[in-house]
Design a protein. Structure first.
Length: 313
């Protein structure tokens, strides 16, 4: 009997393992929520124009710009979010005029930008602020906010530190308290959480905490040259599907793609095989997302509802 018992247990174990493998290979589809209101479309990516080794017309930025051109022509109200590191290597004015302008520069009047670390490799980022002018924020602070339909869209400068970063944090606290839209999106360059080569960035924790505790819905960033979608997370980085802040990393605007380092705890979808952009449809009570690649078979799309905002602490 002990032998039969062992055999039975072994048979049961193998059966369960096979069943688990079968279920794992057939991902369950979660029904998308029915969202209301017309869509405001946003196309987002960072890490864009690098012409050090090739002409602008042959660059990765040219490929993503070609992807965007007909989409923006078909929707005059759509906007572009440029998620930092817009030129390489050091953000000189000539890099913007000679490399960015021939590609993503055709969308400049429809672009909401933020700077990255490469813009600041030239002190004070004169190329970035000179190129985008008033759209890059008053007094060259790099942070600002706009209203797009029912959405509050907040641009944050993640490339600063010291007193400038402290002043920005106070501005963000006031912004979240004074403008309590149903849905909130924030975007900056350095991701708070990432499976890419740069990994998590603890320096962004105060910004993440303010946004998460205020009930913001979406955070977009670049820096790692890949695409990643993470599950909603609370102020401490714990998964919270009901109230958390969802982050996308979209460093696929044209610069050379880079490997993943490890898998972040709440990572849901990742790819570093193709350049592309994230398309967001911002509706009255939620959002739809879809990654649009210039090549390859990678796909990622879905939808989620916004959650009620609370006052920032």
């Amino acid at each position: 009997m002990p032998h039969l018992s062992f055999a039975f247990r072994r048979h049961l174990t193998l059966t369960l393992v096979s069943l688990a493998a079968l279920l794992g290979g057939c991902a369950m589809q979660v029904p998308a929520p029915a969202l209301s209101g017309p869509a405001i479309t946003i196309y987002a990516a960072g890490d864009i124009a690098d012409c050090r080794w090739r002409l602008p017309s042959l660059s990765g930025a040219a490929a993503t710009a070609a992807l965007l051109t007909p989409l923006l022509a078909a929707d005059p109200e759509a906007r572009v979010l440029a998620l930092g590191d817009l030129t390489y290597p050091v953000g000189l004015p000539a890099e913007f005029t000679d490399c960015y302008a021939p590609t993503w520069g055709r969308f400049r009047e429809r672009t909401l930008p933020v700077p990255g670390n490469h813009e600041y490799y030239t002190p004070l980022a004169p190329g970035y602020y000179g190129y985008f002018g008033a759209a890059a924020a008053p007094e060259r602070s790099g942070h600002y906010a706009v209203q797009l339909g029912s959405w509050r869209v907040i641009a944050i400068n993640s490339a600063i530190s010291g007193p400038a970063a402290e002043a920005q944090l106070e501005w963000l606290r006031a912004e979240l308290s004074e403008h309590r839209s149903r849905c909130t999106l924030a975007f900056w360059h350095h991701p708070r959480f990432s499976s890419g080569g740069h990994g998590d960035n603890a320096r962004l924790a105060p910004i993440w905490t303010l946004l998460a505790e205020a009930g913001a819905d979406l955070a977009l960033s670049g820096h790692d040259h890949d695409y990643e979608r993470l599950a909603p997370q609370d102020s401490a980085g714990r998964r919270d599907d009901a109230h958390g802040l969802r982050q996308f990393v979209v460093g696929t605007g044209g610069a050379q793609l880079t490997p993943f380092l490890f898998t972040s705890a709440n990572s849901e979808r990742r790819d570093n095989s193709t350049h592309g952009v994230l398309r967001l449809a911002l509706r009255d009570d939620g959002y739809e997302w879809e990654f649009l690649g210039v090549a390859g078979n990678f796909q990622d799309k879905g939808a989620a509802r916004c959650h009620a905002r609370s006052a920032a602490k």
